[in-house]
Design a protein around this ligand. Structure first.
Ligand SMILES: *[C@@H]1O[C@H](CO)[C@@H](O)[C@H](O)[C@H]1NC(C)=O
Ligand SMILES: *[C@@H]1O[C@H](CO)[C@@H](O)[C@H](O)[C@H]1NC(C)=O
Ligand SMILES: *[C@@H]1O[C@H](CO)[C@@H](O)[C@H](O)[C@H]1NC(C)=O
Ligand SMILES: *[C@@H]1O[C@H](CO)[C@@H](O)[C@H](O)[C@H]1NC(C)=O
Ligand SMILES: *[C@@H]1O[C@H](CO)[C@@H](O)[C@H](O)[C@H]1NC(C)=O
Ligand SMILES: *[C@@H]1O[C@H](CO)[C@@H](O)[C@H](O)[C@H]1NC(C)=O
Ligand SMILES: [Cu+2]
Length: 591
C-alpha cells in the first residue's frame, strides 16, 4: 500500500484540486486500490507500481506512468486489437442541406472511433469499395517506429489501395492520447474518409469519465474533388465552406440539422478530446461557464493548465477536463472559425456555432448561456509544456532553409502550386518513394521534394521560411515523428540559434507556420523510413506544399521487415492504374 502511494505521488494539479474530485460511484469494492492523495510537486518521479483509476490517472501499470519517457519504452505485453473498415462511395446529408456525394468509412461520418491501449498492436483491415478512386489510411501522429510501410501515404509509403482491394495496416501504439485517421489520397478526406482513434494511457489530471472525441470540421455542400479542382485554378483563394460539423452534426444556415450533445452529470469531471479534422479552417473552442484543464497537445502529455478557450489548427488535438459543477442546464460548447485566415458561410447566418453541453435533468432545449468572446486568430497556443521534459542539443546545426513560395504559370499549366525550394511536390502512385528506396532506384522523380536525413540519432533542425507574398499561416504536420518547436516568428529568421528554446520546448506533431514568418522544428533521426512533412490544409497539400524526409535510407529495408503486403498492394494498383483502365487522372500532388 505504501509502495502504491509513493509511486503514485506523481506531479500534477494541486492538493486542493485533487481534494475536490468526487468519489466515483462506479468504483466498487474489490477494484484496484485508489490512492486518495496526489502530490503537489510538478517534478515527475520514476515509474512505479500503481493502478490507473479516476483519482490516479497519472498511473498506468507496473513500471509505466505519466512520467515514463515514451520515446524510450512502452508497455511491452500489449494486446493485439483488430478492426475491419470498409470505405464506400455514397451520399451524406449531415445538416439538412441535402445529400451530397461522400466517401465514408463504414457508412458513418466521422468513421468509427477505434480504441486501443498504450503498448497494444493495432491491426486494421481496410477494404475499398470505391469504384473509381484509389485510397489509403494515414494514422495521424502515430510514430510508426520501424513500420513506415503502414503510414498510409499513397506514392510515398505505399501504392494506393485499388478499387475492390484490401490493405492491412499493423502498428504498435508507442504513444497514447487522441488522434484521427484519414485518407491521404488527394482531396479524399474532405469527402468523408475520416475517423478518430483513442489510445488509452495515463493522464496529467484526474477525471471521472471519458466523453470521448469531439472532432470539428468545416463542411462543404459540394464534393471535395470538385472544390479541389477549383482551388487549383484560383487566383482568388479557396472556396468558402458552407458549415461546420461537430462530431458530424450541426445546424445549417437554413435552420435544419441538429447540434451534437455532450451529456454530463452534475458533480463529475469529464475528459473531452478535441480534434480539428478540417480541410481548410482554424477553430477556437470554449465551454460557456466551464473553464477547463488542458492535459495534452497532440500525443504529448503536458503540465495541466486552466483555459477558457483553445485554438486548434488542422490536425491538432487537445484533451481537456471539464468540471460539471455548474447549475443543471444547457451550455454552449462554442466553436468559432479563425477568420483572420479563413471564412465560413455559417458565421453570418445568425446561428450559434458549436455543440451543446447538456446536464442530466436539463430540458431538451438550446442553451441561452453566454461565454467568453471568441478569438478570430490563426496562431498556436503557447502555454504547452511537456510533462516529461526533453532537451534539444543547443549545438544543433540548422539545415538549409526550406523556402516556401508559390507559382502559377506555364510550368504548372497555370495551376496554383505551393513550392518548397522552387518545387511543388508531386508523387507517383505506382512508384512510391519507399519502393524506389527498396529497389535502390532509379530515382525519386522530378517533384519528389526528397530531403535526406542520414546520420543515426543525430538531431536535425529544419527551418521553414515563408518567401511568398501571400501571408497565410500553414499547419505543418510531420509523419514518423513529432517535433520540438525551438523557434518561430514573423519575417525572416536571422540564422542565430542563440535565442531558440532548447530546454523542454513544446513538442507535438502539427504546428502553425506563422503568416509570412518562419518555423524551426527539431527532431532526432531515430526512425528509418520515408516521412512526409506537409501543410495540413487539404488544398495546399494537393497543391504541392510538402517534402519527404528520406531517413537513414540504408536501414529502411531491414527496419520494416516483411513487405509482402506492400508488394501485393503495388501489383494490385499497377493493374488498376493501367492506361485506359480508370476514368479519372491524377490532377494534383496526389497527397
Ligand atoms: C465496419 O463494417 C464492417 C462490414 O460491415 C464490419 O465487419 C466491421 O466490424 C465494422 N467496423 C467497425 C469498427 O465498426
Ligand atoms: C461515386 O459514384 C458516382 C456515381 O454515383 C461516380 O460518378 C463516382 O465516380 C464514384 N466515385 C468513386 C470514387 O468511386
Ligand atoms: C476520384 O473520384 C472523384 C469522383 O468521386 C473524381 O472526381 C476524381 O477525379 C477521382 N480522382 C482520381 C484520381 O481518380
Ligand atoms: C467549478 O470547477 C472549476 C474548475 O475546476 C473551478 O475553478 C470552480 O471554482 C468551480 N466552481 C464551483 C462553483 O465549484
Ligand atoms: C511513375 O512510375 C512509373 C513506374 O516506375 C513510371 O512508368 C512512370 O513514368 C512514372 N510517372 C511519372 C509521371 O513520372
Ligand atoms: C525531369 O526533368 C528533366 C529535366 O528538366 C526532364 O528532361 C525530364 O523529362 C523530367 N522527367 C519527368 C518524368 O518529367
Ligand atoms: Cu498551407
Amino acid at each position: 500500500m505504501l509502495l502504491h502511494q509513493i509511486a503514485c505521488w506523481l506531479s500534477f494539479g494541486t492538493a486542493a484540486l485533487a481534494a475536490t474530485i468526487p468519489r466515483d460511484p462506479s468504483v466498487q469494492q474489490g477494484s484496484p486500490v485508489i490512492v486518495e492523495r496526489q502530490a503537489t510537486t510538478t517534478t515527475p518521479v520514476p515509474d512505479g507500481e500503481c493502478t490507473n483509476g479516476p483519482r490516479t490517472r497519472n498511473c498506468w501499470s507496473k513500471g509505466f506512468s505519466i512520467a515514463t519517457d515514451f520515446d524510450a519504452k512502452s508497455p511491452p505485453a500489449g494486446k493485439t486489437v483488430t478492426y475491419n473498415l470498409v470505405i464506400t462511395n455514397t451520399t451524406l446529408d449531415p445538416d439538412g442541406s441535402g445529400p451530397r456525394l461522400a466517401m465514408l468509412i463504414n457508412g458513418t461520418y466521422p468513421g468509427p472511433t477505434l480504441r486501443a491501449s498504450w503498448g497494444d498492436t493495432l491491426v486494421i483491415n481496410v477494404k475499398s469499395e470505391l469504384q473509381h478512386n484509389g485510397t489509403g489510411i494515414h494514422w495521424h501522429g502515430v510514430r510508426q517506429l520501424n513500420s513506415c510501410q503502414h503510414d498510409g501515404v499513397g506514392g510515398v509509403t505505399e501504392c494506393p489501395i485499388a478499387p475492390g482491394h484490401t490493405r492491412q495496416y499493423v502498428f504498435k501504439c508507442t504513444q497514447f492520447g487522441t488522434t484521427w485517421y484519414h485518407s491521404h489520397w488527394s482531396a479524399q478526406y474532405g469527402d468523408g474518409v475520416v475517423g478518430t482513434l483513442i489510445i488509452d494511457g495515463p493522464a496529467t489530471a484526474n477525471y471521472d469519465e471519458d466523453l470521448g472525441v469531439m472532432p470539428i470540421t468545416d463542411w462543404y455542400n459540394k464534393p471535395a474533388f470538385e472544390l479541389n479542382e477549383q482551388a487549383q485554378l484560383s487566383r482568388t483563394g479557396p472556396p468558402v465552406p458552407n458549415n461546420i460539423l461537430v462530431n458530424g452534426m450541426h445546424k445549417s444556415k437554413g435552420g435544419k440539422g441538429e447540434y451534437y450533445k455532450l451529456k454530463v452529470q452534475k458533480g463529475k469531471k469529464y475528459r473531452v478530446r478535441l480534434i480539428n479534422t478540417a480541410v481548410d479552417s482554424v477553430f477556437h473552442v470554449s465551454f460557456d461557464g466551464h473553464p477547463f484543464t488542458v492535459i495534452t497537445s497532440d500525443f504529448v502529455p503536458i503540465k495541466p493548465f486552466v483555459a477558457t478557450q483553445l485554438t486548434l489548427n488542422i490536425g491538432q488535438r487537445y484533451d481537456v477536463v471539464i468540471n460539471a459543477n455548474q447549475t443543471v442546464g444547457n451550455y454552449w460548447a462554442r466553436v468559432a472559425v479563425g477568420t483572420d485566415c479563413g471564412d465560413n458561410e455559417i458565421i453570418d447566418a445568425g446561428i450559434p456555432m458549436g455543440a451543446i453541453l447538456q446536464y442530466e435533468g436539463a430540458p431538451d432545449a438550446e442553451p441561452t448561456s453566454t461565454g467568453v468572446e471568441m478569438r478570430t486568430s490563426c496562431v498556436d497556443e503557447t502555454n504547452l509544456v511537456p510533462f516529461v521534459p526533453n532537451t534539444v542539443p543547443s549545438s544543433i546545426v540548422p539545415q538549409n532553409e526550406l523556402a516556401l513560395n508559390h507559382v502559377q504559370d506555364a510550368t504548372t499549366n497555370n495551376l496554383f502550386r505551393w513550392t518548397i525550394d522552387g518545387s511543388p511536390q508531386v508523387v507517383n502512385w505506382t512508384q512510391p518513394s519507399l519502393k524506389t528506396t527498396l529497389e535502390q532506384g532509379p530515382d525519386y522523380g522530378n517533384h519528389s521534394n526528397v530531403y535526406e536525413i542520414a546520420t543515426k540519432d543525430n538531431w536535425y533542425l529544419w527551418w521553414i521560411q515563408t518567401r511568398t507574398f501571400i501571408p497565410l499561416p500553414h499547419p505543418i504536420h510531420l509523419h514518423g515523428h513529432d517535433f520540438y518547436i525551438v523557434g518561430k516568428g514573423s519575417g525572416v529568421w536571422d540564422g542565430n540559434t542563440a535565442g531558440l528554446t532548447f530546454n523542454n520546448p513544446t513538442r507535438r506533431d502539427t504546428a502553425t507556420l506563422p503568416a509570412g514568418g518562419y518555423l524551426l522544428l527539431a527532431f532526432p533521426a531515430d526512425n528509418p523510413g520515408v516521412w512526409v512533412m506537409h501543410c495540413h490544409i487539404a488544398w495546399h497539400a494537393a497543391q504541392g506544399l510538402s517534402v519527404q524526409f528520406l531517413e537513414r535510407k540504408n536501414e529502411i529495408s531491414q527496419a520494416i521487415g516483411n513487405r509482402d503486403e506492400f508488394n501485393r498492394g503495388c501489383q494490385e494498383w499497377a493493374e488498376y492504374w493501367r492506361p485506359g483502365n480508370h476514368p479519372y487522372e491524377q490532377t494534383d500532388s496526389g497527397l
